[in-house]
Design a protein around this ligand. Sequence first.
Ligand code: TXA
Ligand code: MG
Length: 330
Amino acid sequence: MQTQILKPDESSLSAAKKIIEEGGLVAFPTETVYGLGANAFDGEAVKKIYEVKGRPQDNPLIVHVHKDYDISRIVCDIPDYAKKLAEKYLPGPLTMVFKSKGTVSPVVSCGLDTVGIRVPSHPDAQKFLKTVDLPIAAPSANVSKHVSPVTAEHVYADLNGKIPLILDGGKCTGGIESTVLDCTGNIPCVLRSGLVTREMIAEVAGDCGVFIPKAGEKVRSPGMKYKHYSPNCRTMLFSFAERQKAFEEYKKQRGEGVDAYLMCDGDVAREFNPEFMLFLGNNEDEIAANLYDKLREGEKVATLIIAVAPEKQDGVMTGVMNRLSKACGG
Ligand code: TXA
Ligand code: MG
């Protein structure tokens, strides 16, 4: 199969609509990462997503809709706090899990009685969703376990020959996947942290839990149990407090002829000024936006990435640290 990369315009969007209606897959940009979409009503189409990505069959997909889509066609029992959150944060990087009405294919949620709904804010995502006017099941458009894609080129590198069309909306500005929020209980509960932080949710909803799986307990967001986000090279992760040790390791590895790169933010970059660096940025938004791009760049140039965690660990950095530690082997 020939994979085309096209800027979203009238002709590429109508091609995308045709592919989706015929049960095919289209990769599209969102403000977080690129998605790999199929018609959520079409179980055969959704199955193709799992095949193309090599995704485990028990990891459910989230459903993307345009901002005027009536989600009561898909889900029910929407609590008041969720309506307030939607008012404040949607369209945006927040996925809300509700009770399913059973109208989308059971393949989407892998048999769970809930469905995650996401209304992306990226203008090209909205255009695509509006054009197809169908709920689109979509995971990140990478091969399973690899680093999520934040450019059309990243998608192409993973899925060339396997899908017909990538809509190219430039580099994603958010950079890490949406916050996944369970909205089936009395208070919302974060299942996966992201750019809409627990603090931001609690501010609107009054309260917000965080799901931390205990040993032996069934995970509520099945995706969280898998190895994820890994670059195809060796990695090491040091805390901010251990940054000196990280720099020593980097020099030692370099001395032994290893193509080691130091992945770090502005604080660490200024302190050590390493020659071979994967620079994440100077503030939390920059760090989130650059993380996957730098992991993908790193696997091309380095045989070893030595990452130093930023000093700040709360807010948006909760989500960044979750991805960074998984990228570095958990
Ligand atoms: O930003 C994003 O969310 C991106 C873009 C493309 O929208 N999508 C994305 O999808 O990251 P994916 O499939 O890589 O991650 C979806 C996460 C998984 O951890 C999955 O287990 C969880 O959401 N999830 C999906 N449906 C769920 C449900 N009904 N209940 C609990 N967790 C669910
Ligand atoms: Mg993913």
